[in-house]
Write a protein that binds this ligand. Structure first.
Ligand SMILES: Nc1ncnc2c1ncn2[C@@H]1O[C@H](COP(=O)(O)OP(=O)(O)OP(=O)(O)O)[C@@H](O)[C@H]1O
Length: 243
């Protein structure tokens, strides 16, 4: 069974059609990137896949579980990093990750905090209040909470945002090795070079529909940007109220 599968997935917010019959299949071990213009439905898709939102119609399967029927089971077995999410300002990274360890039932959380704060190079700020951290330091802590319970499927919106170039290279290596070990990564990004460098397959979504899927490694330089411009740029604007 694939890691993620949607059939005819649709989501209306009042008279706004955010998703319109989305069919997606992401196999286990893939590093899949979902690209699309602002408002095309990427966040809505991830929120439905992670049991945070109920679709209007269609079916969803995540690790063989229906996130609409069993949202808690899905949220326990995946890692999630939404866009612009920070650790609570009033906790230190250590306290926050210990809290995550409690929620995820991790028995050796202290050892894992050591491991992930080492990998993501934030051991030196483990006991600093999060309100006093830089944006990049907060992103490192949030990346640690994604992986600390060793999920087999991870959803990340803009994984490299706010990271300096050396840390971007580290995180790219972490994400690639995570998938090489047989796990699955579902990314959403606006950065073509991130998708080109990292993803084994990308899907381009526009107006809540999947318009094309490509292997970015098989494209010429800037090929993804050209594909994006062709597939998305030529579309007619969609009016609110379309069903
Ligand atoms: N809670 C909500 N209530 C009403 N409309 C919403 C809600 N969330 C999203 N929308 C609308 O649904 C559409 C899809 O939004 P979504 O956030 O999924 O897009 P996106 O591709 O993630 O956009 P971006 O790249 O700008 O983050 C947009 O038209 C948006 O305005």
């Amino acid at each position: 069974m694939p890691a993620v599968e949607t059939k005819g997935l649709a989501k209306q917010y009042g008279n706004i059609c955010a998703l319109d019959s989305l069919d997606l299949v992401v196999d286990r071990g893939e590093l899949y990137g979902l690209l699309g213009p602002n408002g095309s439905g990427k966040t809505t898709t991830i929120e439905i896949l992670t049991g945070q939102r109920i679709p209007t119609s269609g079916s969803v399967s995540v690790l063989d579980t229906d996130p609409v029927e069993n949202p808690l089971d899905v949220r326990r077995s995946v890692g999630i990093l939404p866009e612009r999410e920070d650790p609570p300002s009033f906790l230190t990274p250590r306290e926050y990750l210990q809290f995550v360890g409690d929620v995820r039932d991790i028995s050796d959380i202290d050892a894992r905090i050591e491991e992930w704060s080492g990998k993501l190079e934030f051991r030196g700020i483990l006991d600093t209040l999060s309100t006093d951290l830089s944006e990049g330091e907060r992103q490192r802590v949030m990346l640690a909470q994604v992986f600390i319970h060793e999920p087999e499927l991870v959803f990340i919106d803009e994984p490299l945002v706010n990271l300096d170039p050396l840390m971007q290279a580290e995180v790219k290596d972490i994400l690639t090795s995570y998938c090489e070990a047989g796990n699955t990564l579902f990314l959403s990004t606006h950065f073509m070079e991130v998708a080109e460098d990292l993803c084994t397959r990308v899907g381009i979504i526009a107006d809540g529909e999947l318009v094309t899927e490509r292997d970015p490694q098989a494209l010429e330089e800037n090929g993804l940007l050209e594909t994006f411009a062709t597939e998305v740029g030529d579309r007619e604007p969609v009016e609110a109220g379309r069903s």
